[in-house]
Design a protein around this ligand. Structure first.
Ligand code: 5GP
Length: 113
């Protein structure tokens, strides 16, 4: 099923893209929860973390690598940042195309809300 992230990948709706390769796209969240809030997504449409298979291991492994690279480029790697992947309704997932949130530029608390 197509989600709005598939539409962003296809450039059918606009997004502020900060990184792209053949497998991954990263763009600013439309409703940022931190001074910098980027979504890092595989181009392959996988609905939730529960739908991952062994074949997706390398692809999903790219997400934190790219998060760390962007954090360094954007200047908050050393001070620290938060990455989050929400799964299904109770986990707070609203878009059913897996994505990693990269948030930086403020202090985060734990446990998350
Ligand atoms: P989730 O709640 O599924 O973990 O995260 C989905 C994220 O997508 C939310 O943080 C939300 O603000 C963001 N989002 C929803 N619609 C759009 C959109 O049209 N463009 C962008 N850039 N982000 C969106």
């Amino acid at each position: 099923m197509s989600t709005l992230f598939s539409q962003i990948i296809a450039r059918e709706i606009p997004a502020d893209i900060v990184y792209e390769d053949d497998q991954v796209l990263a763009f600013h969240d439309i409703n940022p929860q931190a001074p910098t809030h980027i979504l890092i997504i595989p181009k392959k449409p996988i609905a939730t973390l529960n739908d991952l298979t062994e074949k997706d291991q390398a692809l999903v492994g790219r997400l934190p690598l790219i998060a760390a690279r962007l954090a360094k480029q954007l200047g908050f790697a050393e001070e620290g940042y938060r990455v989050v992947m929400n799964c299904n309704d109770a986990g707070g997932q609203t878009v059913y195309h897996i994505h990693m949130h990269l948030m930086g530029g403020r202090r985060f608390t734990w446990p998350a809300g």
